[in-house]
Design a binder for this molecule. Structure first.
Ligand code: ATP
Length: 763
């Protein structure tokens, strides 16, 4: 213990030194040094480099070193959240980043496959003080004992700890089956499936951190996108990546992926299902073609030299030629307009230049060009073009479509119809993929603006290239522990290429790749992680796949928890159109959240419909048996149960059908609830969909018969310690046998015991 403490002190001193250096460098870089391009660009580079380092150093303080590997051949490494080197000529590693290859035996070695290890040590610390050591002997022939031998105590302590309302990283206790997923190659699609509490979310987040470490150069520039089911969930997981020193990640719900639109409205389940169907792509495409109309019988355009006639033949030809370009609607529009202007100019030329003696037309090319310019500028011609091939925005198109849906069956159209007159302007989550689809079909006509910007940009790019060369020449190698050349600390030349740097200079901002990506609908992410992937509709997948042209993705989910009627559910169905069978499927089988008794209760609910259903194995059990209480006064009984259960540290959630939330909130004045509940509050009140992906020490489920089966399964599996059910009517199948609370709620916190047959390291 003393020696580990001395080592920890040494590490803290070194970290303080590194941090002071980085802080001074940021401060210096921020000092205004002139307002020329050069000064601003150089400042940008330095700030990006140094603040990346600083974020890593700041995150490193907690859990600076949590492990140690002692090899049979005498090698000895400490493992920590970030790598730190000594300030000597060789830059000797002091502590190895958990993501480095050298650290892998910490997660993978077993007595059976010791990977050359003699001993693996878990070091627990609090604010820089070593509080405990746990040693695992991997070479069983080794006679030496340290007095700290134990197995799985660190993992059990971690999974048993009181919850805070925020997810924590698990670098100290990643299990072998999880480690293999975290470090899987980043190309292609990896599907991670597992029951509730198997660590899918936390593993996906560690995978993001690992990929950013291992493929920094490719990924930091393109950013990593993490998609989660709702804002509360994103808040819940929001601290994991920063605690691992990573800030280059954008998190979003599917409803936030269309820049400029925030989905605040709600759809009926039927509407969401119809809007999510893959056939909507075709329906919208036909709707766009419907807007490319023909004049019936023809449009007369008054002109001082006699009326011009825009007849259906002219327009049919122009439309055909514009469609032949295969460009999106708005980008094909200039082609259409050109054909129309050409035809009208020809009419005019014929009329004005006609030779009264029957000879060739008297107008020369210059005269005709001049006529053409006049026709193009004619407001009547412009409005005719606008009428026949209007310039459209995705928002206009979709609002028009939903006002009066076409190309659908009567019933489907009725489900999604949203008359403009009654619409409050709010978009829904299911609208967002449709807006994205519309944007693809329409295209953005920014050609004029782009041409103007291009010349100026070229100048800046040429300059920025020069600056990047400078930055590469002066690159740092601060806390890295990988040996290869790629292992440079993130530097400006990794983060930004000359083009992006030039763009940044233009706006004089300090936005990260993730921030830029958030504002750009067509951004191609380096890697995309989708949590609760079973819930996304076919249309939502189309939108996400556009953001990942390289198909570098990790999809995480549990088909048994599918709640959305439009949710794709099966992996085959999701991936067949994009990756055919070129994707890998891995399963997690151990539940780290829910005690065996709670898991068994939840499993009985699903078994009522599918007797062969097998839940994941729980890693632990408690003495607190789930209970059920019938009452005539639901809010009163829930309030009593909350008072009884919410004592001590940890978090409690009441999960109730949406229709009952108002009444329950009145009975629970201290509970946080609403669209964005504060999950760090001791008591929260949630609807079933809000509870997705979250967890609480105690969960009280109100009126379970009013939940859908998969919503109920999700609600019951949120508990890490205690589960109670309160109901006025009959219980749904599977819950009928629960005992009443008096016999189930212990006076003192239940002792934790591992479940014998599952306590060994999985995998
Ligand atoms: N190796 C581990 N060490 C410590 N805790 C772990 C480990 N793996 C998972 N956990 C914990 O188990 C809990 C469940 O993890 P997580 O939320 O990622 O599960 P999930 O599979 O996404 O669940 P669900 O599908 O129910 O949302 C979390 O508290 C997580 O920190």
């Amino acid at each position: 213990m003393r020696r580990e403490q001395e080592f920890m002190d040494l590490l803290h001193d070194r970290l303080t030194e590194l941090r002071a250096g980085a802080e001074a460098a940021v401060a210096e870089a921020m000092t205004p040094g002139g307002n020329t391009y050069q000064a601003r660009l150089e400042r940008d580079i330095l700030v990006a480099e140094r603040s990346g380092l600083l974020a890593a150093f700041n995150s490193g303080e907690h859990g600076l070193c949590f492990g140690r590997l002692t090899y049979r051949d005498g090698r000895d490494h400490h493992i920590g959240r970030i790598g730190i080197r000594r300030d000597d000529a060789e830059r000797t590693p002091l502590v190895i980043d958990w993501r480095a290859e050298v650290a892998r035996p910490f997660y993978l070695a077993t007595g059976h496959t010791p990977m050359g290890l003699r001993r693996r040590r878990h070091i627990s610390s609090e604010k820089g003080r070593v509080t405990d050591l746990q040693d695992e002997l991997l070479d069983l022939t080794d006679p030496e004992r340290t007095g700290h031998e134990a197995s799985d105590a660190v993992l059990l302590a971690a999974v048993d700890a009181a919850r805070t309302g925020r997810m924590h990283d698990i670098v100290q206790t990643i299990q072998a089956e999880q480690d293999r997923i975290i470090r899987a190659p980043h190309h292609g699609v990896l599907v991670v499936e597992g029951g509730p509490g198997t660590g899918k979310t936390v593993v996906a987040l560690h995978r993001a951190a690992y990929l950013l470490y291992a493929h920094r150069e490719q990924l930091a520039r393109r950013a990593v996108l993490v998609v989660g089911p709702n804002p509360a969930f994103l808040g819940y997981i929001g601290e994991v990546l920063p605690s691992l020193g990573e800030t280059g990640v954008m998190t979003a719900t599917p409803g936030e992926l269309f820049p400029g639109v925030t989905a605040t409205g709600t759809d009926t389940p039927e509407a969401a299902e119809v809007k999510g169907r893959t056939e909507m792509a075709d329906v919208l495409s036909r709707f766009v073609r419907d807007r490319q109309t023909l004049p019936e019988p023809g449009t007369v355009i008054p002109h001082e030299d006699g009326d011009l006639l825009l007849d259906p033949d002219i327009v049919t030809l122009a439309r055909h030629q514009a469609r032949e370009t295969r460009l999106p609607h708005n980008l094909a529009r200039p082609h259409f307009a050109f054909q129309i202007i050409d035809a009208l100019t020809a009419q005019l030329t014929e009329r004005i230049g006609a030779d009264p003696y029957g000879g060739p037309n008297l107008l020369g090319p210059d005269d005709i060009a001049q006529l053409g310019t006049a026709v193009a500028a004619d407001p009547a011609v412009r409005s005719a073009v606008e009428e026949l091939w209007p310039q459209l925005t995705p928002q206009q198109l979709l609002a028009d479509f939903l006002d009066d849906p076409v190309h659908l069956s009567e019933a489907d159209a009725a489900a999604i119809r949203r008359p403009r007159a009654e619409w409050n302007g709010e978009w829904t989550t299911a609208d967002v993929p449709l807006l994205d689809e519309a944007a693809e079909l329409l295209g953005e006509d920014d050609s004029a603006a782009r041409a103007a910007a291009e010349a100026e940009r070229q100048e800046r790019v040429a300059y920025a290239e020069g600056v990047l060369e400078l930055s590469y020449g002066s690159r740092t190698q601060e806390f890295e522990d990988r040996e290869d050349e790629d292992s440079e600390v993130l530097a400006a030349h990794d983060l930004i290429d000359a083009e992006r740097l030039a763009e940044r200079a233009e706006e004089a901002d300090h936005r990260t790749a993730a921030e830029r990506a958030a504002a750009d609908r067509t951004w191609a992410f380096g890697h995309i992680i989708v949590d609760e992937a079973q819930e996304l509709s076919a249309m939502a997948w189309r939108m996400l796949m556009r953001r990942s042209p390289t198909r570098s993705m990790t999809l995480v989910g549990d088909p048994a928890q599918t709640a959305e009627p439009g949710g794709c559910g099966s992996w085959d169905k999701i991936l067949a159109p994009y990756a055919e069978d070129r994707w890998e499927h891995v399963r997690l089988g151990v539940n780290y959240r829910t005690p065996a008794q709670v898991m068994e209760t939840a499993a009985r609910v699903l078994r009522a419909a599918d007797p062969s259903f097998e839940p994941p194995r729980s890693i632990r059990s408690t003495d607190a048996r789930p209970w059920a209480l019938r009452t005539g006064d639901l809010p009163g009984a829930v309030a009593d149960a909350v008072t009884r259960e919410a004592s001590g540290e940890g978090r409690l959630a009441v999960i109730a059908p949406d229709a009952r939330l108002d009444a329950l909130a009145k009975a629970l004045p201290t509970a946080s609830w609403g669209p964005n509940p504060d999950l760090t509050n001791p008591v929260v009140l949630l609807g079933p969909r809000q509870a997705k992906g979250l967890e609480f020490d105690t969960v009280l489920v109100a009126e379970p018969a009013e939940f859908g089966t998969s919503d109920l399964y999700v609600a019951l599996t949120r508990a890490t310690q205690r589960l109670g059910v309160l109901h006025t009517g009959p219980l749904p199948p599977g819950l009928a046998d629960l005992p009443v609370p008096e016999s189930a709620v212990p006076e003192t916190p239940a002792p934790v015991t591992p479940v014998p047959e599952t306590a060994e390291r999985p995998g």
